[in-house]
Structures are given as structure tokens and as C-alpha cells.
Design a protein around this ligand. Structure first.
Ligand code: AGP
Length: 350
């Protein structure tokens, strides 16, 4: 096991560090995806079906496909899928996102979807059950992931989804921008010391909030899941605009609030949410652009992403410091991030 960790303390940190490579390797799937989507001219609706982290990747997919290609897209938790069964037809494409390709809830839904609709698996493990049963397959190229917390498989799923959405929408700009992502990720990884010191200041917390808007909303959900599953701290991801519809009541003196605030259309509104929580005593940890002067002024603590990453690309990059934050908080607390209690890498029971 020591040899497999290649000098890293844990598989999770090794896998976090392999993310630029995972994205680069998954970008090679472009041609395969181009061929697959030739069969999707008659698709009028897309449904993503997934669990956990793969569900968060799917949610990003909904935002991309709806905003770029204008195809109505739903995201359904695999365990809740049966309620949507009657809405499927031959013009529906059901996309199954799964790292392992063996998740029982997803497999069950796949069998149902195969009866009426086109099915596509976006899966990391070659030869797994989903790759055998789905009509079309895109293989993410993360390589084996040992840590229970999904990291490099998540950015690989996102990469495949971005390629799919950009190709469906024939968005050449986005396709070009994707090539910069591996370098953006490596830049973030160079600044690991800032996250380490941040983790020492926040490991006392019992609750965390994660806020994001638009494309950054799934990032907030995923950041919170990473925190929960390995550090055992309660983390709640919220769409920033939903704050005032309930959870604002929980914001109290000293509660850490992670705000995912890349530059772009959502920036202004997210900034006002940041000010809202700050004025109620929250300890704001902002993740934003290095040259965001307003953010530097308003947030007491900023992790700076440099060079600037656009709002649409942000999910592929901004998740990295959030994974690191969860990892180092877990180390501070003395837990094993690779083997969180009660969890298995592959959930083969419904
Ligand atoms: C992620 O960190 C979790 N371990 C979990 O939520 C996982 O993403 C979920 O069980 C889905 O697994 P899959 O991608 O293998 O289907």
C-alpha cells in the first residue's frame, strides 16, 4: 500500500494531485463523444441519474446543457428514479454518471430506462456493470480511485459532461477553454500551504455552510459533501439565493461560510449574499479570483484562484481547493480520509 501511495500520506491527497492528468486524459474522449452524439438528433429531453458526488456532476450537466444547448434536462437521484419512470419515452436520453459503474440504485434505474429510452453511461471503471448494460458509454480516464471520497473521478466526470454539452451545443469557445483546465488545476495545487493554514483555523467548527450560485451551486454541494464524509463536520451546501428562504436563521457568530464566487454574471448577487452572512457574524472563507479587488475588500479570508477562470469553467477548478480544505481539516482532526466510517467505495445495496 505504501508503494501505491507513491510517497503521499493518503490516497486522497495523491488523487487530488492527479486531477490535471485526469482531466487531460478525459479530454481525449472528444472524438468518441462526437461519434456518440450523432445518434442523438431526435433527443428532446435529457435525464441524468446518479448518486452522491456523481449527482453533483450531473447537476452541473443540467446547467450546461440547458443554458448552452437549450435541451430540457432533469437530474434525478438514482434511489428516487422510479417516480419519473412514466415520463420517459424514445426521445429521452437517460445519462448515468458513476465512478464505479456498480452502484445498485443506478443499475436498477438503468434497467428501467433501457426499456423505453436511449441510455448513456459516463463511467470510470472499464468493464463495470453500467458499461455493459448502457447502450452508449463514455469512459472517464481518471485511473483507479482508491480513496472513498471521490476527487479525480469527479473532475473527470465534469470533463466528459463539458465535452458532451459543448459538442451538443457546437460551442467551439468552450471546447477551446477546456484545454486550459489542467493548467488551472495545477496552479491551484501550488498554493496548498494557504489551504493548510486555513484548515488549522477552522477545524473547531461543528457546522459549515457552502454557498454558490449558478454553475457554482453544484460546487457548493460537492464541497459540503467532501467535508461531511471525511471530517465528520456537518456541511451544508446551498444555492446562495436560497439563503434568505430559511438557512439565514442559522447564521450565527463564528459559523464558517464558504462562498464560491468566481468572476462573471453571478458575482454581484453572490457578493450581496456574502455581505448578508458577514453582517450576521459568519466567518467568511471566499474562493474567488486573485484580481477581484471588491472581494479582497469585503471578505476577511480569500483563497485566490490565479489566473482568472471564467464562471462557466469554474466548477472544474474551484472544487480543488474545497477538496484540499476537507482533506487538511480531516488530518487536523486525526481521522483517516481514505476510510471514512460507515462508507464504502462502491454501494452495491439499494
Ligand atoms: C463520493 O465522495 C461518495 N463516496 C459517494 O457519494 C459516491 O459519489 C456515490 O456513492 C456514487 O458512486 P458512483 O459514482 O460509483 O456511482
Amino acid at each position: 500500500e505504501m508503494a501505491e501511495k507513491e510517497g503521499y500520506d493518503h490516497f486522497m491527497i495523491k488523487e487530488i494531485n492527479e486531477q490535471a492528468t485526469a482531466v487531460r486524459n478525459t479530454l481525449t474522449q472528444r472524438e468518441n463523444i462526437e461519434n456518440i452524439i450523432k445518434d442523438f438528433d431526435d433527443i428532446t429531453r435529457i435525464c441524468f441519474v446518479a448518486c452522491g458526488t456523481s449527482y453533483h456532476a450531473s447537476l452541473t450537466g443540467k446547467y450546461l446543457i440547458e443554458s448552452l444547448a437549450g435541451i430540457p434536462t432533469d437530474v434525478i437521484l438514482a434511489s428516487e428514479f422510479k417516480f419519473s419512470q412514466k415520463t420517459l419515452n424514445e426521445n429521452t436520453l437517460v445519462i448515468f454518471i458513476s465512478q464505479s459503474g456498480e452502484t445498485a440504485d443506478s443499475l436498477k434505474a438503468l434497467d428501467v430506462a433501457n426499456e423505453t429510452s436511449k441510455t448513456l453511461g459516463i463511467v470510470n471503471v472499464a468493464g463495470s456493470s453500467i458499461t455493459r448494460r448502457a447502450q452508449y458509454v463514455i469512459q472517464t480516464q481518471a485511473g483507479p480511485e482508491i480513496g472513498v471520497a471521490a476527487t479525480k473521478t469527479y473532475v473527470s466526470q465534469l470533463t466528459a459532461i463539458y465535452l458532451f454539452a459543448a459538442l451538443m451545443a457546437k460551442d467551439e469557445n468552450l471546447l477551446n477553454e477546456l484545454n486550459n483546465v489542467p493548467d488551472f488545476i495545477d496552479e491551484v495545487l501550488k498554493d496548498v500551504e494557504s489551504i493548510k493554514s486555513m484548515s488549522k483555523r477552522y477545524n473547531y467548527a461543528k457546522d459549515f455552510f457552502y454557498l454558490g450560485r449558478g454553475y457554482s451551486y453544484p460546487t457548493a454541494l460537492e464541497g459540503a459533501l467532501k467535508l461531511k464524509e471525511i471530517s465528520y463536520i456537518h456541511g451544508e451546501g446551498y444555492a446562495a439565493g436560497e439563503l434568505k428562504h430559511g438557512p439565514l436563521a442559522l447564521i450565527d457568530e463564528g459559523i464558517p461560510v464558504v462562498v464560491v464566487i468566481p468572476p462573471g454574471d453571478s458575482h454581484k448577487k453572490t457578493m450581496s449574499n456574502l455581505e448578508e452572512v458577514k453582517s450576521r457574524g459568519a466567518r467568511v472563507l471566499a474562493f474567488g479570483a486573485a484580481d477581484d479587488e471588491e472581494l479582497a475588500l469585503k471578505a476577511p479570508e480569500v483563497f485566490k484562484i490565479n489566473p482568472e477562470v471564467s464562471e462557466i469553467i469554474a466548477p472544474l477548478v474551484y472544487i480543488v481547493p474545497l477538496q484540499l480544505l476537507s482533506y487538511y481539516i480531516t488530518i487536523e482532526k486525526g481521522f483517516d480520509p481514505d476510510k471514512p466510517r460507515n462508507l464504502a467505495k462502491c454501494v452495491t445495496v439499494e
